[in-house]
Write a protein that binds this ligand. Structure first.
Ligand SMILES: Nc1nc2c(c(=O)[nH]1)N[C@@H](CN(C=O)c1ccc(C(=O)N[C@@H](CCC(=O)O)C(=O)O)cc1)CN2
Length: 296
C-alpha cells in the first residue's frame, strides 16, 4: 500500500470534541442544551445500531437525546403525527427519521413533513434547494463528512477534477453541490455513464457512492488521486458463515495508486454521526437567533 489511509474515526472524534465544547457554550448562553430527536420505525438490525450510536454520541456531546422507537406496522399517519409533535417541541433542535422506512411508508412525504429548520439530515427539499442555490442550508451528513475529509487532505479543492459515482439525493447529488461550491470541476457518474473507468481515470478526487461492493478497481484510479469510499457493503468472508464490510472501491488495488484513501469501516461512516451532531448544534444556534458556531 502506498496511499495514506484517511482515518475517519479520528477525524470524527476530533469534530465531536469540538461540538461538545460549543454545545456547553450554547447551554451557558441559553440555559438549555441542544436537543436531537431520533425516530426509528421497525427492527432493522443495522438501523437499530446506527440509531443507538447516534443517541450515545448525542449524550456524549452534552446534548439532549429524545429517542422514539415505533413498531414496524406503525401507520404513516401516526409517524407524521409524531413528526408534527417534534416540530412543535421547543426542546428539539434536530429531527432525524432513520432510513430506510418500512415499505408501506413514503419516505419523501415523511421528510417533507419535517420543519426544514430542524432537518439535521438535510434531506428536506427546502434544504436541498438552498444547498443547490448556494444559500445557508442544513447539508446531508455523509457528503458533509466527505468534504471535511477532502479539505483536511487537500486544503483547497479549487480547479480539481472530481468524479462522484452515484446520484442519490442523500449522497451523490449533495456531494456534487458541495464540490461545485468549492470550485471543483464535477462529473456525476451513474449506472448509464459510458466508459466509467475512463471517466474515473481523469479525476483528482473520486467519491464512490454507488452501493456495489468493490466495483471501482485500482486501474481506474489516476495516480495520486484522493479516493473517498462511501460504500458500506456486507459480503461473505473467507471463513464459512461469517461476513465482512467492504466499500465500493477495491481498497487494496486502489491504495497502490491513490495518494490517500478512506477505509471501510473507519472512513466516511464515523464522519456521518459527527456531522449529525454538528448539524444539530448549528440548527440550535439558528433557532436561538445566534450566529453559527465558529470553525465547525
Ligand atoms: N436518516 C438517515 N438515515 C440513514 C443515514 C443518514 O445519514 N440519515 N445514513 C445511513 C446509515 N448511517 C446513519 O444513519 C450510518 C451508516 C454507517 C455508519 C458507520 O459509522 N459505519 C461504520 C461501520 C459500521 C458497521 O460495522 O456496520 C464505518 O463505516 O466505520 C454510521 C452511520 C443510512 N440511513
Amino acid at each position: 500500500m502506498t496511499a495514506k489511509r484517511i482515518d475517519g474515526k479520528a477525524a470524527g472524534l476530533a469534530l465531536r470534541e469540538q461540538v461538545a465544547v460549543a454545545a456547553a457554550e450554547f447551554q451557558a448562553r441559553t440555559g438549555r442544551a441542544p436537543g436531537l430527536a431520533t425516530v426509528l420505525v421497525g427492527e432493522d438490525p443495522a438501523s437499530s445500531v446506527y440509531v443507538r450510536s447516534k443517541g450515545k454520541a448525542t449524550a456524549e456531546a452534552g446534548m439532549e437525546s429524545f429517542a422514539h422507537h415505533l413498531p414496524a406496522d406503525t401507520s404513516e399517519e401516526a409517524l407524521l403525527d409524531l413528526v408534527v409533535l417534534l416540530n412543535n417541541d421547543d426542546r428539539v433542535d434536530g429531527i432525524l427519521v432513520q432510513l430506510p422506512l418500512p415499505p408501506h411508508m413514503d419516505s419523501s412525504r415523511v421528510i417533507a413533513a419535517i420543519d426544514p429548520a430542524k432537518d439535521v439530515d438535510g434531506f428536506h427539499p427546502v434544504n436541498a434547494g438552498r444547498l443547490a442555490t448556494g444559500l445557508d442550508a442544513l447539508v446531508p451528513c455523509t457528503p458533509l463528512g466527505c468534504l471535511h475529509l477532502l479539505k483536511n487532505e487537500l486544503g483547497s479543492l479549487s480547479g480539481k477534477d472530481a468524479v462522484v459515482i452515484g446520484r442519490s439525493n442523500i449522497v451523490g447529488k449533495p456531494m456534487a453541490m458541495l464540490l461545485i461550491g468549492e470550485s471543483a470541476t464535477v462529473t456525476v457518474a451513474h449506472s448509464r455513464t459510458r466508459d466509467l473507468p475512463d471517466v474515473v481515470r481523469r479525476a483528482d478526487i473520486v467519491v464512490a457512492a454507488v452501493g456495489r461492493p468493490e466495483m471501482i478497481r485500482g486501474d481506474w484510479i489516476k495516480p495520486g488521486a484522493v479516493v473517498i469510499d462511501v460504500g458500506i457493503n456486507r459480503v461473505a468472508a473467507a471463513d464459512e458463515g461469517k461476513t465482512r464490510l467492504v466499500g465500493d472501491v477495491a481498497f487494496g488495488e486502489a491504495a497502490e495508486v491513490a495518494s490517500a484513501i478512506t477505509p471501510v469501516p473507519g472512513g466516511v461512516g464515523p464522519m456521518t454521526i459527527a456531522m449529525l451532531l454538528r448539524n444539530t448544534l448549528v440548527a440550535a444556534h439558528r433557532r436561538a437567533g445566534l450566529a453559527d458556531p465558529e470553525g465547525l
